[in-house]
Design a protein around this ligand. Structure first.
Ligand code: FES
Length: 175
């Protein structure tokens, strides 16, 4: 009796573990193509060549990070609310005044592409954080808005814009 019960217990454990393993493999299989698609290979980064980024998998409200010339580049798929928040700001209130329209490509208001390096001392700001729901730099408290403009804290300037262009409606080339 004890033997049967023990065997059943063991089989249940095995089934549970096997199911868990399949789940983990399945999740990895989904994530890997996305990363492979969004990140250039090491030789491209080392060469500093332009990189192309497919924006199609980036959901509205999502911010991804890619690397170009070893620098983190944030690509934000802005929601209507985030775009409106960026556009309605009184430029006179900004430490580094710049209209949102000068920070995006014409006809592509939903895409903000910035260098993800804080203009204070070079930390990497955290996305979707801070009072203006753009980025927050945890090093000394600089706060950026949904246009990547500095709004509070010691950083002297907006997050820089890398050179980039749309090569199709859903693809950009950086560099
Ligand atoms: S490095 Fe970002 S606030 Fe100092």
């Amino acid at each position: 009796m004890t033997t049967v019960s023990s065997a059943e217990h063991t089989r249940r454990d095995f089934l549970y573990i096997a199911t868990g393993a399949i789940g983990a493999v399945g999740a990895a299989a989904v994530v890997v193509p996305l990363i492979a698609q969004m990140n250039p290979d090491a030789s491209t980064i080392a060469a500093g060549a332009p990189i192309e980024v497919d924006l199609a998998p980036v959901a509205e409200g999502q911010i991804i990070k890619v690397f170009w010339r070893s620098k983190p580049i944030f690509i934000s798929h802005r929601s209507k609310k985030e775009i409106e928040a960026a556009q309605k700001v009184d430029l006179g209130s900004l430490p580094d005044p710049q209209p949102d329209s000068a920070r995006v490509k014409p006809g592509h208001d939903q895409w903000l592409v910035v260098v993800g390096i804080c203009t204070h001392l070079g930390c990497i700001p955290l996305a979707h954080q801070g009072q203006y729901e753009g980025w927050f730099c945890p090093c000394h408290g600089s706060v950026y808005d949904t246009s990547g403009r500095i709004r509070q804290g010691p950083a002297p300037a907006n997050l820089p814009l890398p050179p980039y262009a749309f090569v199709s409606d859903t693809k950009i080339r950086i560099g």
